[in-house]
Write a protein that binds this ligand. Structure first.
Ligand SMILES: [Zn+2]
Length: 219
């Protein structure tokens, strides 16, 4: 309990959220612009990737992506984060316009080292929610308030949001960010992530199409 209280107290405030600079980021799908921000309250560095005129009046194709080092950079198939990031970059490249907010809240907010401990508990049979709870954390500690100053920097107010997570839509709407459409991001299931995806569907309210088969046993 004490641990989760500590984390709650460490949740970021947006006071003084600062834009630092931007550069080109060539990728295999498009050359994005990479924007860096710093959150002085925590010292965390956050990123935004934009393509085209993100600030135009039409709602912008968007992804709000929380950092997952193992999935995004190490090709982990324990989760679908890397695949969702890749799919959203591809979708934005295909459309020629969009934004990805890359938020440094690793492991649904519990941090990298705690996530690795949670993975160990999952190796021993817990699901992703139970593992977080055994470590004293809520199932999801992500805080989307960061999105507000980042989107304001780009003068963006209306999103077509790529997500399977209706709670993310509700959280953004609560910040008065207008999500005009939710676009599912369906990554392939693998033997390694099927139990994780099922837990996200049954315990965290994520929506997956009924034709995606999710196995019920952990590996
Ligand atoms: Zn992940």
């Amino acid at each position: 309990m004490q641990l989760s209280k500590k984390i709650t107290q460490a949740l970021p405030a947006n006071d003084g959220f600062e834009f630092v600079g931007a550069c080109q980021l060539p990728t295999k799908w498009a050359t994005f612009e990479l924007h860096a921000f710093i959150e002085p309250a925590t010292g965390k560095e956050h990123l935004a990737l934009t393509l085209g005129d993100a600030a135009a009046s039409e709602p912008v194709l968007a992804r709000v992506h929380s950092e997952c080092l193992t999935g995004d950079a190490l090709f982990s198939q324990r989760c679908d984060c890397g695949a969702q990031l890749e799919l959203s970059m591809q979708a934005i490249a295909a459309e020629g316009r969009g934004i990805i907010l890359y938020l440094r809240q690793e492991g649904r907010g519990i941090g990298l080292l705690n996530k690795i401990n949670a993975y160990k508990l999952q190796d021993e049979g817990a699901d992703t929610v139970e593992a977080n709870q055994k470590l004293g954390f809520a199932a999801d500690l992500r805080d989307y308030r960061l999105c507000k100053p980042m989107l304001a920097h780009f003068a963006i107010s209306r999103l077509r949001l790529m997500t399977n997570n209706p709670r993310k839509v509700i959280a953004l709407k609560a910040l008065c960010i207008d999500v005009v459409e939710r676009i599912p991001l369906i990554a392939d299931t693998t033997p390694h992530n099927s139990y994780y995806l099922e837990t996200k569907a049954t315990k965290l309210g994520h929506i997956f199409p009924s034709n995606v088969s999710l196995l019920a046993s952990p590996l």
